[in-house]
Design a protein around this ligand. Structure first.
Ligand SMILES: [Fe+2]
Ligand SMILES: [Fe+2]
Length: 407
């Protein structure tokens, strides 16, 4: 098969990206497109607005939602350590080992998947002129030909750039016409006009409240921002889409509440983001990790992931800060004598934007003004649910409720 590969940040995905995929598929040069949302792009290392999993799932839901055929999304960059240079990504993606499994996993018949394939790196013609200065361009051309789109209004001398690459590097370069207008992700996020963002992506953005003041992470240190991004890549290996995005949403909301109530924003971001990191580990492993953090305090299956998460974040992700680890440990139950950070993560977990298990509007409103009131409302709602289900309330929760004057 002739396979086009289209990499980018997709922060957010917009109509220009969709036009690119569409035009490439119609160009006659390729049979299918593999979209590769970046993880650690060398041009924008940690400079993206959103951590990688949001961008990956947003693109995936958009391609599926728009019903674009012969187009698949790859998470290959999660398996690459360090900067995901195009040469490195292509080396891995074009290997028989990877591409065969990827195509069959996406419903392509094994016989077809096992044919020998031809690869094309899809790019804008505006980047063709700089191609020779990329990291290891010769290596890129060993793996793929270049398939460059001529954008409307593009002034670069496309033929000249293509000839230079052919002559200096000996690669194959093909040009195709881009049908559609041009727009840029940064233009969209700067202007706040999302009309050029496809409907499925707009829904995704609204559901997780992305590209808002809370996701700007103003006042968060560069170190914490990098840790937040890296935690999302690390957790991608352990959590499914829904839970991963939930736990990251809690990071954003915790940072926002830390700002409102005068807690440490860096710690809130990291504790919130990591709070559910252990939730999809095998139960036996959760039991073992939980015991290490606080002995037999938690034994109920549903609660184990909290202390287990503290140990997991410490041992596997290198978090040493006790305040962060405690906020992870007590996020489900709360406890007596809670710190501000613990209350924030406890609350953010229950009300982050994608949560819709009950009418959360009153708690969300309280959470903007009065932290203890919002925690009380949450504890009360959970208490009512437990009573109606005949379940016991954990003693740590009872202590929290006592502290908040709920008896
Ligand atoms: Fe949890
Ligand atoms: Fe959670």
């Amino acid at each position: 098969m002739r396979i086009g590969i289209y990499g980018g940040s997709f922060d957010p995905v917009h109509d220009g990206h969709i036009a690119m995929i569409d035009s490439a598929l119609k160009s006659g040069f390729i049979d299918l497109v593999i979209v590769v949302p970046s993880v650690r792009n060398n041009f924008k290392l940690y400079a993206n607005k959103l951590p990688p999993p949001y961008r990956y799932y947003m693109v995936k839901e958009t391609i599926e939602g728009l019903g674009i055929r012969d187009c698949y999304v790859s998470d290959i960059e999660y398996g690459i350590e360090g900067v995901s240079y195009t040469a490195v990504v292509l080396g891995k993606l074009t290997s028989d080992e990877y591409i065969r499994d990827f195509l069959t996993a996406n419903g392509i018949k094994r016989k077809k998947a096992e044919e020998s394939h031809e690869f094309f790196w899809i790019m804008g013609s505006d980047t063709l002129g700089t191609f020779e200065s990329w990291y290891n361009p010769g290596e890129i051309l060993n793996h793929a030909s270049l398939l460059a789109a001529v954008r409307p209004g593009d002034n670069t001398d496309v033929d000249k750039a293509a000839d230079s690459i052919r002559k200096n590097l000996g690669g194959r370069v093909e040009i195709f016409r881009l049908n559609g207008f041009d727009c840029s992700s940064s233009g969209i996020t700067t202007s706040g006009d999302f009309s050029m963002v496809p409907e499925p992506a707009r829904k995704f953005i609204a559901k997780h409240a992305l590209y808002t003041g809370n996701t700007e992470l103003e006042g968060v240190s560069e170190e914490a921002r990098i840790k937040f991004f890296e935690s999302s890549v690390w957790m991608y290996g352990y959590l499914g889409e829904k839970r991963l995005l939930h736990t990251l949403n809690v990071g954003y909301l915790s940072a926002h509440m830390a700002e409102l109530f005068g807690s440490d924003k860096d710690k809130a971001l990291i504790a919130g983001a990591l709070h559910d990191c252990a939730k999809e580990l095998p139960m036996e492993q959760q039991q073992e990790l939980a015991k290490k953090y606080c002995g037999d305090l938690f034994t109920e299956k549903k609660l184990l992931h909290s202390p287990a998460g503290a140990t997991f974040a410490k041992e596997e992700f290198g978090i040493e800060d006790k305040e962060i680890l405690d906020a992870i440990c007590y996020h489900t139950t709360g406890r007596g004598d809670m710190t501000l950070l613990e209350k924030i993560v406890y609350l953010a977990d229950k009300i982050e934007p994608s949560r819709d298990y009950m009418d959360l509007a009153p708690i969300r409103a309280a959470a903007e003004k009065d932290l203890d009131k919002a925690v009380r409302l949450t504890a009360q709602a959970i208490n009512n649910k437990f009573v109606s289900q005949g379940r016991d309330i954990h003693r740590a929760t009872l202590s929290m409720m006592r502290d908040l004057g709920m008896e």
